[in-house]
Design a protein around this ligand. Structure first.
Ligand code: ADP
Length: 445
């Protein structure tokens, strides 16, 4: 096998396969999405609601006024530029703010307004006159906790009596002290220590418990148990809220242990389709030929913004280097970069400062750069067994029906094996992938 072939598994020593990156990158992806997103995700889907008590009326609000928020909080909401509740907030907010408080499990993709919703619930439920912790919010990582903290600070801008403290590893407190802040946000390990070992927090006085990013949480060994141990120390009357971007069986099992008698809200992702995409393939013999073909079409693809996907970090790095040497301006998004660096790269690309982004699948998964209209598969997506990864293919190239503009996808094929992968992808989607002659580009104009 030619090790540089699209369909070959990455075998080079010292380099992790994209599969290995998967776990460690869950939290990073989530953080990236937060760092780069500055508005709500578009969706036409309706929320699915499962009420704890199916006979009770279901409230949904179309405005923040209807929620009868404290004036300071309404002011904070408007100062953030929110005009009306997002789709998930329409139902989640009335449930969370009801009296008596209701428990909630909510699932929707990142960018749909979950964080803003539970932050508003926490701020609404605390009594600033009581100088002790009343809300606990656990997040999978320090960085994610900080991001949520920022939202609390923004939304609570006109409600300065409410104070916030971070239960994170580096934050060492004096033994025997009692916290005065009403909201504690942190990672499960430190939060548990603060509740039990150090007793900085009296768990019996907690009124709202939030577990954010449940799917990321359970990917880390230990976080699940720590979260459950915290939950067990809380009073029965405490409101339990759990949020997740995805909902596999494992997340669901965990959610049910954290949230008794829950209301459940789910918002499906917008379906992706290949209907508005023109798909091509280019036949080559090796990596160098793929590079040459790419150079030939470079002018045509950079009329718009393009993303180029490679199977490994190594190939992505190589390709970005070669393209730069040719005098093309490209950005590289790679797994070895710090999350902040990655966010900066994506931000520049999103703002159109860079036309071409070279990346691996893991790095770019779940990141929606809406204006990308050309996608190049320098390597075809395959799973760890070398079979076509149809889901990834659709996700790289597909558009959500309603909002998607027309797009162009070009697949680089460099071996019998990758031709076979391409054929299987073509069959799977029953959508023709046409051959493109890179010496004659009239077709794609
Ligand atoms: P999630 O937690 O589901 O990822 P966020 O609460 O972080 O979603 O919201 C995603 C983005 O949309 C953020 O930039 C946030 O400020 C913004 N946002 C949230 N709710 C609203 C709203 N009702 N109106 C406008 N923007 C909103």
């Amino acid at each position: 096998t030619d090790p540089s072939s699209s369909a070959a598994k990455p075998e080079s020593k010292g380099e992790k396969s994209t599969d290995d990156d998967d776990k460690e990158d869950k939290a990073a992806q989530s953080l990236l999405n937060k760092l780069i997103r500055n508005n709500l995700v578009n969706t036409t889907n309706q929320v699915e609601v499962l009420q704890k008590d199916p006979n009770s009326p279901l409230y949904s609000v179309k405005s923040f006024e209807e929620l009868r928020l404290k004036p300071q909080l309404l002011q904070g909401v408007y100062a953030m530029g929110f005009n009306r509740p997002s789709k998930i907030q329409e139902t989640a907010l009335p449930m969370m703010l009801a009296e008596p408080p209701q428990n909630l499990i909510a699932q929707s993709q990142s960018g749909t307004g979950k964080t803003a919703a539970f932050v508003l619930a926490m701020l609404s439920h605390v009594d600033p006159n009581n100088k002790y912790p009343q809300c606990l919010c656990v997040s999978p990582t320090y960085e994610l906790a900080l991001q949520t903290g920022k939202v609390i600070e923004q939304m609570g801008k006109y409600y300065p009596e409410v104070k916030l403290v971070y239960a994170i590893r580096g934050n060492k407190l004096q033994r025997g002290m009692k916290l005065q802040e009403q909201i504690v946000i942190g990672t499960p390990g430190t939060m548990l220590d603060w509740c039990s070992k150090f007793k900085f927090i009296d768990p019996k006085k907690i009124r709202v418990f939030v577990l954010d990013e449940a799917d990321v949480m359970i990917a880390t060994q230990g976080h699940q148990d720590q979260s459950i141990r915290i939950q067990r120390m809380l009073p029965k009357s405490c409101q339990m809220l759990l949020f997740s971007a995805t909902f596999e069986e494992s997340v669901w099992n965990f959610a049910q242990r954290i949230v008794p008698d829950p209301n459940i809200i789910k918002l499906k992702r917008e379906e992706e389709t290949l209907d508005t995409i023109k798909q091509y393939y280019v036949l080559c013999n090796c990596k160098e030929e793929k590079f040459q073909a790419l150079c030939n079409i470079y002018g045509a693809i950079t009329i718009a913004q393009a993303m180029i996907f490679c199977h490994t970090r190594k190939t992505a790095g190589w390709l970005a280097g070669e393209l730069s040497r040719e005098g093309h301006q490209v950005a590289l998004l790679s797994g070895e970069m710090q999350v902040e660096q990655r966010a900066a790269v994506i931000e520049r690309f999103r703002d159109g400062k860079e036309k071409v982004l070279v990346t691996t699948n893991v790095c770019a998964r779940g990141i929606d750069v809406e204006q990308v209209s050309v996608v190049i598969n320098f390597d075809l997506p395959v799973d760890k067994d070398g079979n076509p990864d149809n889901e990834t293919y659709l996700h790289r190239i597909g558009r959500t029906g309603r909002f998607g503009k027309r797009g162009l996808a070009i697949n680089m094929v460099d071996s019998k094996m990758s031709m076979n992968i391409l054929n299987r992808i073509q069959e799977h989607f029953s959508k023709r992938i046409e051959k493109l002659d890179t010496d004659d580009l009239d077709e794609i104009e």
